[in-house]
Design a protein around this ligand. Sequence first.
Ligand SMILES: Cc1ncc(COP(=O)(O)O)c(C=O)c1O
Length: 408
Amino acid sequence: MDSLGFQPKDESFATRAIHAGQDPDGFSYGPVVCPLYTTTTFKQDAPGQHRGYEYGRSGNPTRNTLEAVLASLDNASHGLCFASGLGATAAINELLQKGDHIVSGDDVYGGTNRYFRKVATNHGVDITFVDTTNVEEITKAIKPNTKMVWLESPTNPMMKITDIPRVSEAIKKTKDDVILVVDNTFLTPYFQRPLKYGADIVVYSLTKYMNGHSDVIMGAITTNRADLFERLQFVQNAAGIVPSPFDCFLVLRSLKTLSVRMDAHMRNAFAVAKHLENHSLVEKVLFPGSESHPQHKLAKSLWSGVSGMISFYLKGGLEESSKFLSSLKVFTLAESLGGYESLAEVPSIMTHASVPPESRKLLGITDNLIRLSVGLESPQCLIADLDQALAAAHSSKIVNGVDANSKK
Ligand SMILES: Cc1ncc(COP(=O)(O)O)c(C=O)c1O
């Protein structure tokens, strides 16, 4: 696909996804696929003398290979995998102590928001939620005890974009020991490199695009900071937040096709977003790839593409949203995103139900906001499915002078 005005792609990305850390000569018998080591423990040659591995929680060759690939994809010096995306979030929060303060984006994943409000605060950590698209809001929220700024870009589900280079510069000028964490789940390192823009830690739910086959729950971090890596590696082992070797094997397999999948998600998302923008039963589309997105230019200046995430307001309320979602036949009504199959959901009562109602209202997460994860099916089938479900949602209704039934 033509770059459509986005930043040039990293030429060697696909090669690194396939080969980094996976030289067949690095394993016994020269396999071209990294072996799956299910063993929980490793024979020692003498007490305390092991051959690099002693116990599966502290290290496993399949997991360590995946960690090397993840680091390579972000051009990072270190990568670590965790049992889930939220497991990675929990590990990062272990960097903080009682009395510390976090500034978080106001539109982060609902589970991250819940972790901050209901777990981190129990440990005596204080949180302020701000709109991270506004650099001044972030710097104003930084206090003497602020230790971390946490953001997602684009945000979920409102698709707001943060200028990470500007934010990281402003944070470091305000207080240079603040750790900037960026959740890059929506774009993956194929489309955005937060470390290059000054982030200290990048966090992923590998469950989403990185694995992409909807069959693994896993999280990861990448970083160039040896001090943070050492502390997080200690937590990974000491708190036991590790994924299974089998799941690591699956993610290693999936990363080999990441670039191909992301290009196809982007192509399909463009087709779907364009169609929805011209649909009479759609109020507004939030898609950073679209010129109608208020920060489209910023997206093009920072990213090398967009993923398959689209949010849109359909005309109506919860009744129409529910009817729409229940009528879909190719899209599946389900939480999650980033798999090869298309998913649809209503964040207000699904993924973001744990966000307090006042915050949802302020953000615009209303009952007619639908979030789509556009998968890899034929775009014609996806568009036809959306059309029939939108019509079904408004059946026997005239909306803005349009008879929805006539569009079937
Ligand atoms: C942006 C984002 N970050 C983190 C998570 C948490 O990841 P996991 O479900 O793997 O724990 C999710 C899950 O939906 C997410 O969408």
